[in-house]
Design a protein around this ligand. Structure first.
Ligand code: CA
Length: 264
């Protein structure tokens, strides 16, 4: 696998602690990338997102063949196992009551990706200059978008935009979304918590991802702009670009970051 990767989480400008967690790893066969956004008082959100990331990454550490017949089931089971573990702690430990976490995970090989997803963290794909959102938010406002009651932009600014309908730790069983797709050289993937996607609009995210700037510079720009726009929540961004097999990972074309739109 030849990937250029950058991953960073930032507390933002309002919150005291960072309840987001992330994972980024790659071996010769595939990469594994996870963003989790925790919730719950008394620092329980941090515990939940850390547990989710650790359990899912551990469960999937030896899943190397993304074409294997049981690969979807393994991804689903990793999320279900994490859910049961977090849910169990919410029942046993009083200060963990109500804790939970989103999980958006992607396994990437040279030809295929598999996504496992619950909650409102997101995975985007940029291919041929166009960005598409691979995951669908499990949120109250997304349901209203689906019903035609809100536009996506209204949903982003809605006061209840952070209310999610599915997450790790919410119930004794969860139904994760699991799906796959093809991977091509040049694809760029973004995993992000809602502290990024709620603060920086899709058009700007696409503009940055379409640029051929290095992933570290894109991640830095995304986090900086989320902070400039308010930084109301913890901000996490993981950018993965699929490089040609002969690429060393450092020789891809590098261009400047497009300038940020002016703020009035
Ligand atoms: Ca968040």
């Amino acid at each position: 696998m030849h990937l250029a990767v950058a991953a960073r989480t930032d507390v933002g400008r309002v919150r005291k602690g960072n309840e987001d967690s992330l994972h980024a790893s790659a071996n010769a066969h595939r990469g594994l990338f996870i963003v989790a956004d925790g919730m719950g008082g008394h620092a329980a959100g941090e515990v939940a997102s850390e547990m989710a990331v650790e359990m899912v990454s551990h469960d999937l550490s030896d899943l190397n063949d993304l074409e294997a017949a049981d690969s979807h089931e393994r991804v689903a089971n990793a999320l279900r196992d994490a859910n049961r573990a977090v849910f169990e702690r919410t029942r046993i430990e009083r200060d963990k009551l109500g804790m939970g976490s989103t999980v958006s995970a992607i396994l990437l090989s040279e030809t295929r990706f598999i996504v496992g997803h619950v909650g409102d963290s997101r995975i985007y794909l940029v291919r041929d200059g166009r960005m598409s959102q691979l995951t669908k938010d499990h949120s109250l406002v997304q349901e209203q978008v689906d019903a035609g009651l809100l536009t996506p932009e209204q949903a982003r600014r809605h006061p209840q935009s952070n209310v999610i309908t599915r997450c790790i730790g919410m119930a004794d069983e969860i139904e994760p979304d699991v799906f796959d797709g093809d991977v091509r050289v040049g694809d760029a993937f973004l995993l992000a918590s809602d502290g990024l996607t709620g603060m920086v609009d899709d058009r700007r995210i696409q503009q940055l991802l379409v640029s051929r700037a290095k992933p570290e510079r894109i991640v830095d720009a995304l986090i900086q702009e989320a902070n400039v726009n308010g930084g109301n929540d913890n901000i996490t961004a993981v950018v993965v670009r699929v490089l040609a097999a002969e690429s060393t990972g450092t020789d891809h074309e590098v261009t400047p970051i497009p300038p940020a739109p002016a703020h009035g």
